[in-house]
Write a new protein. Sequence first.
Length: 184
Amino acid sequence: MENSGGIQASLSGRYATALFGLALEQKKVDAVGVSLNGFAKALGESADLKMLTTNPLVSRSDAAKGVAAVAKAMKLDGLTSNFLGVLAQNSRLGQVGPVIAAFNTLAANHRGEATAQVTSAHALDAAQVGALKSQLKKKVGRDVAVELKTDPTILGGLIVKIGSQMIDSSIKTRLNTLAVAMKG
């Protein structure tokens, strides 16, 4: 199993590697990926869920019960539900974001894909994502899984990171470059 980027070197990477190994063994890599990404989306949309995962005053057992209830309500697959329970019991729910990112990288590598983190000023529609994937595939030479993020402060354009490469075509960067050039 390839662990590019030193994934195993971090705490979240070790958890992600363990989960990926189990998912691969049980042939549930895609199901776990879908469940984890659904959980990540819910985490971004729910202040209560975010508090559950980051508040140190929430006991391990309460966090485990809360995560189990959320997993059941979201109909997450069993492996993901159990894994989230393990994170709760070990007081590691605060690491769930990096764990999901590391798992997605491992899954993409397993499928022979590169992973690109794309930041845009506003949400991209399906056609734009498809066109972006097509262009990135031409550049990289293999399929590209895209992790989308929005950041209105970049004003427009895109910031694309693939491994150690970064393509920054954001308006914010262009304006900053222009300002520096005008100062001399």
